[in-house]
Design a protein around this ligand. Sequence first.
Ligand code: NIG
Length: 401
Amino acid sequence: MTSTLLTGLSELWTLDPALDDPGRPGDIAEGQVLRDAALVIEDGVIAWTGPAAAAPSADRAEDLGGRAVLPGWVDSHSHLIFDGDRAAEFEARMAGQPYAAGGIGVTTEATRAASEERLRDLTRARIAEARRGGTTCLETKTGYGLSVEEELRGARLASALVAEGELDEATFLGAHLVPHEYTGRAEEYVDLVTGPMLAAVAPHVRWIDVFCEEGAFDPEQSERVLCAGAEAGLGLRVHGHQLGRSGGVALAVELGAASVDHLNHLDAADLEQLAASDTVATVLPACDLSTRAPLAPARELLDAGARLAIASNANPGTSWTSSVSFCVTTAVLQMHLSLGEAVRAATRGGALALRREDVGHLAVGARADLHVLDAPAAIHLAYRPGMPLTHQVWRAGIRQR
Ligand code: NIG
């Protein structure tokens, strides 16, 4: 068992859950950010944190030179298993075309045509890119296969990457869009998703998701998908209220989903319902900007008392970036969160959305996932928007870059 001592931490954001302030659940509490700190990693987990002056010795030591250290980002929403490019669709959108769910079909065509090896290489490269940006815990979804065979191929790939420690969580999203071969037969496609497709895929994933939105699946169809998933032992996630008040919030809360994601269109009753539930409200700032949608009301969600997460939603159609740092910057500059609220939502919030306690913080016993910034204070993420501030990334005690 080798231990590593890191010194020279100008800020150490432990976000220790034991120190949470119940009066301000979405913000940083007293003692959760240490100054002039040190930490010890042992066996891939945090073994000690505290003032540099009191640091114990270890087998090896490294001086971080006065840099701020955060928990690695926990990205609870991405779609990385695909082939194809939709830059033309994006360009048309920037020229005034509205976003519609149908673009998913374009990526489905390209993904179905990709070889096994190509799909694996593309997905691996995207995970590596996310890692270089400070993401150390990553969920990804199927959803560009949309047939039993192709969804199974995506789920197997995701589960192999989880087993290799590249990915952390795999989600089945057969209910992403009704594929063209089922045009006019949406109910039959839902039968397929909830029957043979789910049976094939369930052993390879932990979660099931549904795109509950106009142009994708209505609330009744979405409920069938989620109930079948729950019956198969999967945890529930929902895409909802992206294009309108789709009913996804009520469904997610009623069925006890871990998370409902997007949330661009919420009324006061939705806010209240989320605040009174355990369902995490996940906002996706990069997607909001890339679709020119109204920004999800992150400030209002926190003020109402909802549990908030920030994720990248990296996908080829609506958010072709896995940069959680960019999302955090946007949340501060444009969604009116404090830096502490935004960092917390992209770490502890993401972990909660994935129902995980081992990541998203750096208290003793947590997985040693560190995001070392090339800055003396984390506020530089918003103060220096767009600058390459990721200096080092550690996952489970191993330095990745
Ligand atoms: O989260 N909303 C559904 N899925 C993606 C869109 C994927 C696509 O357009 O390819 C999203 O935005």
